[in-house]
Design a protein around this ligand. Structure first.
Ligand SMILES: Cc1cc2nc3c(=O)[nH]c(=O)nc-3n(C[C@H](O)[C@H](O)[C@H](O)COP(=O)(O)OP(=O)(O)OC[C@H]3O[C@@H](n4cnc5c(N)ncnc54)[C@H](O)[C@@H]3O)c2cc1C
Length: 466
């Protein structure tokens, strides 16, 4: 991965807008640029586009969409989503970008539904921690693979080429930082050079790169990695070589309930509906409702780096609507138990300790005791047997640090000025979560990928059109 300094502008092939990565960000950027008349090409390292988008729950937040109003949710707004982002990140993200993205979100959702027939609907029966309203929009299976399949189909229907098995290794840049083109490596080692008028980096973050994790997120380096292996930090590596501003590199989305050894996560509904986590002594150790991201490290710090999630059939009816939870069930990661004693036996802990934990949570839910971790259990009924239980571990799903961008999604230099024709979005850009794991508001990943994708595609097309 390198920057090749060059003043050359002639390439064997050239396009106006070149996009690296065919996830949600890259495909949406391509649709937006193509719609404005720009000749567009996506380069994707995998033989078939997958990325983190395919592994995700496919849920995209927005406040105040036509879909929400039609479903009877009348009081959500972009401002509420913006305030939720700020509150979760303790105000430590870029306020201007967070506001811009939150206000762009309704238009992006409606545009994708109206023009490209994405089968999105509102998720109204479940609210993630930190969401003041049910902001989420998702396709029927609530699975990112379905979302990416329809995005790729839309790209293909528009006649926009996706060159697969095409890993971008190097960028050609002149002395001013203008990107003239890229070098691509094919699986057989052959290389190609492609010129461009504008380049959009939509190749996500560095979750799959252990050396970068060790450098930027040492606490998270030993977490199970639940993301796509192709996220090797290429955008950051090129950005650093170009002298770009790189921010919040310690930030990531974790997940605090990945079934072990199965490797897929429980839907967080198991917890928000009243479920909780215990360690191998049978004791709770956290406010599970603070957020699934920060729960990953809290869990990792428990004895043996494992815990057990406990919930019931009522919670299960909410959780099972998410595809990852269906997979967890199918893989046998979720088991049913009639009593605390039977669960204690499976965990290998003292039954009286686990019984006491369950009784205490019941008392808190009835308003007869206060939770030592500050969680409010009173909004949901207490758990009833049979209990459901799964052995879980903490995971890192994707990184949130990256290239600093302005409102047009142009990549900025360290002095705050934009590079002439370089854009970034999705996981390649700095996220909305502040500096660490606790600032991630559920859905911020796809919020950034979808909206930054549209905005980058529009801005890049406007630039090349001149
Ligand atoms: C298990 C899991 C669950 C998640 N759930 C949610 C959720 O419900 N809601 C939410 O908002 N977010 C969720 N996320 C996060 C979300 O998936 C990401 O933030 C989002 O998909 C990022 O989109 P992207 O387009 O930036 O990256 P990706 O979808 O990862 O696409 C990047 C593409 O770039 C390609 N690429 C990389 N380097 C190169 C290169 N050098 N040359 C060519 N191609 C390259 C990759 O192969 C990949 O296809 C989840 C993530 C995971 C892992």
């Amino acid at each position: 991965m390198s920057i090749i300094k060059t003043e050359k502008s002639e390439f064997p092939t050239s396009v106006q807008v070149l996009i690296v990565g065919a996830g949600a960000c890259g495909t949406i950027a391509a649709l937006a640029a193509n719609e404005r008349g720009a000749e567009t090409l996506i380069l994707e390292r995998d033989a078939k586009p997958m990325g983190n988008t395919s592994l995700s729950g496919g849920q995209i937040p927005a406040g105040g969409t036509r879909l929400q109003r039609a479903a009877g949710l009348l009081d959500d707004t972009p401002e509420l989503l913006y305030q939720d982002i700020l509150a979760k990140a303790h105000g430590e993200c870029d306020h201007e970008i967070a506001r811009h993205i939150a206000y762009a979100a309704p238009k992006t959702i409606e545009w994708l539904v109206d023009r490209y027939k994405l089968p999105l609907s509102c998720v109204l029966d479940f609210q993630y921690p930190g969401h003041s309203r049910p902001h989420m929009h998702a396709s029927p299976s609530r699975y990112g693979a379905e979302l990416l399949t329809v995005l790729v189909a839309a790209v293909e229907a528009e006649g926009i080429p996706i060159a697969a098995s095409a890993q971008v290794t190097d960028l050609f840049a002149d002395a001013s930082g203008r990107i003239a083109g890229v070098r691509v490596r094919r699986p057989d080692g052959a290389t190609e050079e492609i010129g461009c008028e504008a380049l959009i980096l939509a190749c996500n973050g560095y979750g799959g790169n252990k050396a970068m994790l060790a450098k930027y997120i040492p606490d998270g380096v030993d977490l199970f990695y639940e993301g796509h292996a192709g996220n090797q930090g290429d955008a950051v590596i090129w950005g650093e070589a170009l002298g770009a501003s790189i921010k919040d590199m310690g930030s990531f989305q974790g997940h605090g309930a990945v079934c072990t050894p199965h490797g897929m996560h429980l839907a967080w509904g198991h917890a928000t509906e009243g479920g909780f986590h215990v360690n191998q002594e049978g004791r709770r150790f956290s406010n599970e409702n603070a957020g699934y991201s920060e729960q990953a490290l809290k869990l990792y710090r428990q004895p043996g780096h494992v815990a057990w999630a406990i919930w019931d059939e009522r919670c299960e009816r909410v959780a099972i609507q998410q595809h990852s939870h269906v997979l967890a069930n199918e893989s046998g990661a979720i088991k049913r138990f009639d009593s605390a004693e039977a669960m204690a036996k499976a965990i290998g802990c003292d039954a009286s300790v686990l019984k006491n934990t369950i009784e205490t949570v019941k008392k808190i839910a009835e308003g007869k005791a206060k939770d030592e971790f500050g969680r409010d259990f009173t909004t949901k009924p207490g758990l009833k047997p049979p209990y459901l239980m799964s052995k879980i571990m903490g995971a890192l799903t994707h990184t949130q640090g990256g290239l600093e961008i302005n409102k047009e999604m142009r990549v900025l230099r360290k002095d705050g000025t934009p590079f002439p024709n370089l854009y970034a979005g999705g996981g390649a850009a700095r996220g909305l979560s502040g500096p660490a794991d606790w600032g991630y508001l559920s859905g911020s990943g796809l919020l950034m990928a979808t909206n930054a994708g549209r905005l980058a595609g529009e801005a890049a097309a406007a630039q090349v059109g001149k």
